[in-house]
Design a protein around this ligand. Sequence first.
Ligand code: FE2
Length: 382
Amino acid sequence: MTTAPVRITAAEGPGQPERTPELEELYRGFESELLVPLWTEIGDLMPHEPNSRAQAHAWRWRNLLPLAERAGRLVPVGRGGERRAIALANPGLGGAPFATPTLWAAIQYLGPREDAPVHRHTQHAFRFVVEGEGVWTVVDGDPVAMRRGDFLLTPGWHFHGHHNRSDAPMAWLDGLDIPLSHYTGSTFFEFGPDEVGDRTAPARSRSEQLWSHPGLTPVSAAGTPRPSSPIAAYRWEHTDRALDDQLALERDGFAGVLEPGHAAVRFTNPTTGGDVMPTIRAEFHRLRAGTVTATRREVGSSVYQVFDGAGTVRVGEREWTVAHGDLFAVPSWQPLTVAAAGGEGLDLFRFSDTPVFDRLHQSRVHIEDTPVEDIPSEGAAR
Ligand SMILES: [Fe+2]
């Protein structure tokens, strides 16, 4: 005997019908025909403001890394499993390997001299390197060095494999839109060769040779917007300098920081000026020592990773002290406040699903205790 997937429970309250045997009979009729009335579900389906099933949660690098190292000893990397990637599972999402309802975040671990085979998928992916070096990710045949602080792109449907050229293991953060693709049934996947085709180890990729010069677009490619950025790697030296320069401008009395003591940059697609990929926004935030951010709520979810420094993070009712490598998930519309430790600043990498909500014209930001009102963004969210 199978259990009907629809279960309707009569609700109490205003606007609800009187509970009678006839009503129960009506509800059993709905169940057998797989029908659900709005009036019993409206509080859950149409809340007055976003009420995500996901929970605010923090994962500790000091716990993740030893587990990844153990996986490195026990689990091979090869065709089939494809990657030694261990995903953050949000406690509100029923054990699924989803950090938020739309975002996948995983620690990926590659042992010394190890390869991860080539494949491609429609999901958009990036890597953020919190520590280490020695791995090259080869994207459509272009070897891209991975080094501390770098942010690397693998937009959807580009072949990619990794190879570790060094005698040391390396672990990094993978971010993808896997949950969004999974829920919406839009995923395609294809195997490529078992090994990367180009085992050279250039300091700069061909993509960077073409695209990574500030404010300069190759004329051969000018005027054609691309859905994802053609820059395979955003190097730490540029990110670091941009953040330092914002804080220097603030010290000299000029505009540029997001708020006092808080520098922030967004990784962008040089062919559009917009986000790096259609489903993922990525940013880097630097707080001067002792800085406390305004409390912000945003539609859509984010995952942060502490790159350097220490501080305190409050998301709704939850609060954690965080340090190097720690990750935390911020569900939609939960208020976020970050405070950098007094003695040192705080560097934070952030990624979010904001481009999705921008495109749906559902982005909204609210900054508490300031004159800033809710901001329906109409596609130009902050
Ligand atoms: Fe992949």
